[in-house]
Design a protein around this ligand. Structure first.
Ligand code: PA5
Length: 449
């Protein structure tokens, strides 16, 4: 496997026979997944996506990305939830920190800005200011084509494009990623003639990073998306065995399920690289939206180390013992730096001279892991060798197949998200959307009490 999954630091918490006992449940989950007999199977096309995707559309994505690179200094990527987090995670992961601040020469691709992922008015205004007179394009992404946040942002940035390039010019700079047949965005794109990319029916938002949802913005940022798919494809092969001894993704699923049953109900995804923070945000949606149902499920949380050791560290070490950690550890940093030498030892750092900052990072990782294990926090570690597109594709698939199996061990439908509707109904009612009149009255009465 390209990834190595280290379970050494869970051995104090889970006996070997407990893992063996999970095999029948995992075999059942695997069969439900692969034979498409489980709940929500109609949304499990992501399982074979790395080998079974539209190659012609893939080439069109690469072409559109080249077009954007050639005519745009900035790309505004509009989307929320599953239509946002994968691209954001990948672009952060695959580029240096401060990507947008690099010179055009170094970047060789547009600056990437995300919009439509909140209801903040200030954020929209701030982005309009930052765009200034830059040449830009827009990629609007929405599977339903009706989500409020991206729809609002799209109106604003569409208007800005029209003001700058005229109606016809604007249309050439709008790329719409949406459903093949339905939704307001689909209809508008068809009527206006925007270049359109399809989100496959059988792939839900949180599993869609390897569809045009993620691929177009990632490619526009200069990443070789073929490598991303190749990594995912190799992971698809690697994690196709239902045997827990052979399938590390299933071992991860089984171990977290065992830990949950023992009362470890919160999982912290840990990174040791600031460029990996959004990987955790993507993972939280993947895990939480898949498993958090029927009053069950592991609560997915995250922490950024070493940063959060100076804030959450106290709780993790000594607070309520319902936490376990899954560390995604990068084994080789993209670049390294030696501690500069200095006369004397005024700052007390002489003992680190001759060492690199990454040695500090790795020693911190090892030391913190042992301290947390000693404090009663089970620890799983996923090691990735490089911070590159191939490894990311591999890692994405690792987590996806793990949560698919894990979800079925909980006896829930891992592929729906009925719970994200409740707030929308209230919001629409309060904003006076047609069709919500009754709820408007009830909610207003409650609020005015
Ligand atoms: O997973 C989900 O269903 C959500 O996070 C959606 O991805 C999010 O609401 C965006 O939906 P859409 O792509 O339809 O605009």
């Amino acid at each position: 496997s390209h990834i190595s999954f280290d379970t050494t630091n869970v051995e104090n918490f889970v006996a070997k026979h407990e893992l063996d006992e999970m095999q029948p449940l995992i075999t059942m989950a695997d069969s439900q997944l692969r034979n498409r007999t489980g709940a929500g199977a109609e949304y499990s096309d992501w399982i074979t996506l790395p080998t079974d995707y539209d190659k012609a559309e893939f080439a069109r994505i690469q072409k559109a990305a080249e077009q954007i690179k050639s005519d745009s200094q900035a790309l505004v990527v509009i989307g929320i939830g599953g239509s946002y987090l994968g691209a954001k995670a990948a672009i952060d992961f695959l580029h240096p920190s401060f990507y947008n601040e690099l010179s055009d020469e170094e970047r060789q691709a547009p600056k990437i800005y995300f919009a439509g992922n909140s209801t903040s008015s200030a954020y929209i205004n701030d982005l309009v200011r930052v765009l200034g007179d830059k040449d830009f394009s827009v990629n609007v992404i929405s599977k339903s084509g009706t989500t409020t946040e991206p729809s609002i942002a799209f109106r604003v940035f569409k208007k800005l494009l029209e003001k700058k390039y005229g109606e016809a010019g604007a249309k050439k700079r709008i790329y719409a990623t949406t459903d093949a047949n339905k939704g307001a965005l689909h209809d508008e794109a068809a009527a206006e003639g925007y270049e359109t990319f399809v989100i496959p029916d059988g792939v839900g938002g949180r599993f869609s990073v390897l569809t045009p949802v993620g691929l177009l913005p990632i490619a526009a940022s200069g990443v070789d998306i073929q490598q991303l798919m190749d990594g995912a494809k190799d992971a698809q092969d690697e994690y196709s065995d239902s045997d827990l001894r052979k399938n590390e993704a299933y071992r991860y699923a089984a171990l977290r399920r065992i830990l949950y049953d023992k009362g470890y109900t919160t999982e912290l995804l840990i990174n040791w690289e600031p460029t990996m923070q959004y990987l955790s945000e993507w993972w939280k949606q993947l895990m939480g939206e898949s498993e958090g149902k029927n009053q069950k499920g592991i609560y997915p949380s995250s922490a950024n180390f070493s940063t959060d050791l100076h804030s959450l560290g106290q709780y993790i070490q000594e607070g309520r013992r319902d936490l376990f950690e899954t560390v995604v550890k990068l084994d080789n940093p993209v670049s390294n730096i030696a501690l500069p030498e200095e006369e004397g030892n005024k700052d007390g750092l002489q003992y680190l001279e001759g060492k690199t900052v990454d040695e500090v990072n790795t020693n911190a990782f090892q030391g913190v892991t042992l301290a947390h294990v000693d404090g009663g926090v089970p620890n799983l570690a996923v090691h990735i060798p490089q911070q590159d597109a191939y490894s990311l594709g591999y890692l994405i698939y690792f987590f996806e197949i793990a949560v698919g199996a894990s979800g079925y061990t909980f006896g829930i439908n891992p592929f729906n998200q009925p719970g994200v509707e409740a707030y929308k109904t209230n919001m629409f009612a309060l904003l006076g959307k047609p069709g919500y009149e009754e709820q408007t009255k009830t909610l207003r009465a409650r609020l005015n009490k």
